[in-house]
Design a protein around this ligand. Structure first.
Ligand SMILES: NC(=O)c1ccc[n+]([C@@H]2O[C@H](COP(=O)([O-])OP(=O)(O)OC[C@H]3O[C@@H](n4cnc5c(N)ncnc54)[C@H](OP(=O)(O)O)[C@@H]3O)[C@@H](O)[C@H]2O)c1
Length: 315
């Protein structure tokens, strides 16, 4: 991969996409292509093809998606299904049409069965029932994996499927209702602190265990994959579609996470849990040995990443 190669980052304004943009610039890749959603709605495959008709794309990172936390997912399954299917179909068709040298397809750890043995390995895909609260999102993402797999194995199109664990970072969606667990929790604690509340109520039992990755670490993994020579990937994966988990190995219960957030926000009130609310999968942490074998390691410890994000929200 050359520093002058053109790289299209779809979803460059999102949590992951903005970190990818930052890490690519830091690594002196300066031929970066970005397009705002207002100018190009990625759900419309025809318009996507037209838009890029005379433009050169060497590499593509698919960081555009409809993403969200447990409430957004469970109450809006139709849109999570349809929008993700449409966006990924547009982009994978674009990769095929323009013979893009390598595409990074981003999935999620939600694709794995609810009761998959942990740490979850890539080969547990489609071995059991999915978690109900986000099954439409998961099925859309699995469809993208299967589409990528056939493009890779039957059409010799170079795609890598990365399955990140829960992501957090500076450019997250901090909406209390629609955000993922970390940003939603931070907003609740920051508000409770500002209002000097004596207690805070969080959703679920607090018992589920989750693994988290900072978006800058994930972006480093994406750039590592963009930059790894094709023959190396083909050898390691015996010419099968490379489906690769990206996790940190650092996991924590939601209760302990809430105690950490309370500490960094300096919230001294009581933490209560609404046990009537669904927890989702009980334990979700990944076996990430494949990406470690490619030479990537996470650098940001959860405590440091949380402090950074919380400080930004407090100021
Ligand atoms: N966040 C997580 O915890 C997590 C965990 C595992 C996997 N992932 C995966 O990582 C990828 C990136 O997620 P993220 O958390 O970065 O999501 P995000 O913050 O919501 O960003 C998504 C990006 O996609 C763009 N987008 C959405 N619909 C679009 C459309 N119709 N046309 C054009 N652009 C559109 C958004 O544009 P606007 O900025 O204009 O809204 C935004 O820039 C997704 O594939 C997601 O499934 C995320």
């Amino acid at each position: 991969m050359k520093k002058t190669d053109s790289i299209y980052i779809a979803g460059h304004k999102g949590l992951v996409g903005s970190s990818v943009l930052k890490v690519l610039k830091k690594n002196e890749f300066n031929n970066l292509i970005t397009v705002d959603r207002k100018r190009l709605d990625l759900r419309n495959s025809k318009k996507v093809q037209e838009f890029f008709k005379n433009k050169k794309i060497d590499y593509m990172v698919m960081a555009a998606a409809k993403a969200g936390g447990i409430i957004a997912n469970s109450t809006n399954q139709k849109d999570f299904f349809l929008e993700n299917i449409e966006i990924q179909n547009s982009l994978l068709n674009l990769a095929l049409k323009k013979k893009i040298k390598r595409t990074i397809y981003l999935g999620t750890s939600c694709i794995y069965p609810k009761f998959a043995k942990t740490p979850i390995q890539e080969d547990s895909l489609l071995t059991g029932k999915l978690e109900k609260t986000n099954q439409c999102y998961a099925i859309a993402k699995i469809a993208g994996i299967k589409f990528s797999e056939t493009l890779y194995e039957d059409h010799k199109l170079d795609i890598i499927g990365l399955m990140p664990t829960n992501v957090y970072g500076l450019n997250d969606n901090f909406d209390k209702v629609n955000g993922h667990v970390i940003p939603a929790m931070i907003t609740k604690f920051v508000e409770a602190k500002k209002k000097q509340l004596k207690q805070i109520k969080l959703l679920g039992t607090g018992k589920p265990i989750r693994e988290f990755i900072h978006s800058d670490d994930l972006a480093e993994a994406i750039v590592k994959c963009l930059n790894t020579p094709n023959y190396k990937i083909r050898n390691k994966f015996k010419s099968k579609f490379p489906l690769i988990n990206v996790g940190t190995g650092e996991f924590i219960s939601i209760l302990n996470l809430s105690k950490l957030v309370a500490k960094y926000v300096n919230f001294k009130g009581k933490i209560l849990f609404n046990k009537n609310f669904p927890d989702g999968t009980f334990k979700k942490n990944l076996n990430s040995s494949k990406i470690y074998n490619l030479g990537w390691r996470p650098k940001i410890k959860l405590k440091d990443g949380l402090k950074e994000v919380i400080n930004l929200r407090l100021n």
